[in-house]
Design a protein around this ligand. Structure first.
Ligand code: SF4
Length: 279
């Protein structure tokens, strides 16, 4: 067994939370620069220009990309040959979030759902842990903004609605969202599994490198069709009209019950932030 100290986990989460909020990924930045060239609407091109400028300011001046620094969603892949030592694994992650949001001067956006009292340190993070082969620990910190999360939906379709029904629901979800999730967006789609599994697939789909093709040809074709229809809505950057509403549609799929066809749409705003640490 390979041992990993909880102190190293806390440090990795802290650094990833800060980096995710300051440094936009190269793939997202490249898509924003492409948008600046390719968007047909002049106001849309100006928005892309401002988003590229904003990313430069955040990176150079070490300030957050957006005032909404998100709820920290943490994806963990824990190798089955790893032993966590020195304390409680989940507490180590929560402490990393606490320190990252404190030291990075990131907005604390978590509150009691009913009283709305702020928890004060952006915890608890939402942690998804998967046990995988090997002796590594991979932690991906995904600060998720409230605006785009609010416009996300899970639909339980009748199986007979099929592929056309899935496309229709995805496009309708983006249409209903309009300008609210801060377009240009990335659309994560989870198809199959159960109610909660579809939502998790949709969120995970957002982590794929922007611009990379789906390795499954069936899903690649589905993505292309939905991408076209979503952009035909004409919502455009920041909802001011234009050709580019979405920079990509990413789909993950798994088998579902014969009586069900769950479809989840997790919308990601242009401030698409995630950073990985491998221990
Ligand atoms: S949806 Fe995204 S870009 Fe808009 S305010 Fe929230 S985090 Fe910022």
């Amino acid at each position: 067994m390979r041992q990993i100290e909880t102190a190293a986990i806390t440090k990795a989460v802290k650094e990833a939370a800060i980096a995710a909020n300051y440094d936009l990924g190269e793939d997202i930045l490249a898509a924003l620069k492409r948008g600046e060239q390719e968007e047909e609407s002049p106001s849309g091109r100006e928005i892309f220009r401002q988003l590229v400028e904003n990313a430069g300011i955040a990176c150079n001046e070490r300030v957050p990309l957006c005032q909404d620094c998100g709820l920290a969603v943490i994806f963990v892949e824990l190798g089955q040959e790893v032993q966590i030592v020195g304390g409680d694994f989940e507490q180590a992650i929560q402490e990393g979030v606490r320190q990252g949001y404190g030291e990075g001067f990131l907005r604390k956006s978590l509150c009691h759902p009913l009283t709305r009292a702020n928890t004060g340190d952006n915890t608890p993070a939402v942690i998804h842990t998967e046990i995988v082969p090997g002796d590594r620990l991979k932690i991906t910190v995904v600060p998720k903004g409230g605006g785009s999360e609010n416009m996300s939906r899970v639909h339980m379709l009748k199986p007979a609605e099929g592929r056309a029904g899935v496309i229709e629901k995805v496009v309708a979800t983006v249409k209903e969202a309009g300008p609210n999730p801060c377009p240009p967006i990335i659309v994560g789609v989870g198809i199959g599994g159960t109610f909660e599994r579809a939502a998790l697939l949709a969120k995970k789909a957002l982590l794929r490198e922007l611009g990379s093709p789906n390795p499954d040809p069936e899903l690649a074709a589905l993505e292309q069709e939905m991408f076209q229809q979503v952009n035909d809505l004409g919502i455009g950057p920041q909802g001011l009209g234009g050709r580019i509403t979405a920079m990509a549609v990413h789909v993950l799929m798994q088998p579902s019950h014969i009586a069900s066809l769950p479809v989840a749409v997790n919308i990601q705003c242009h401030s698409s932030r995630h950073k990985e640490a491998v221990l």
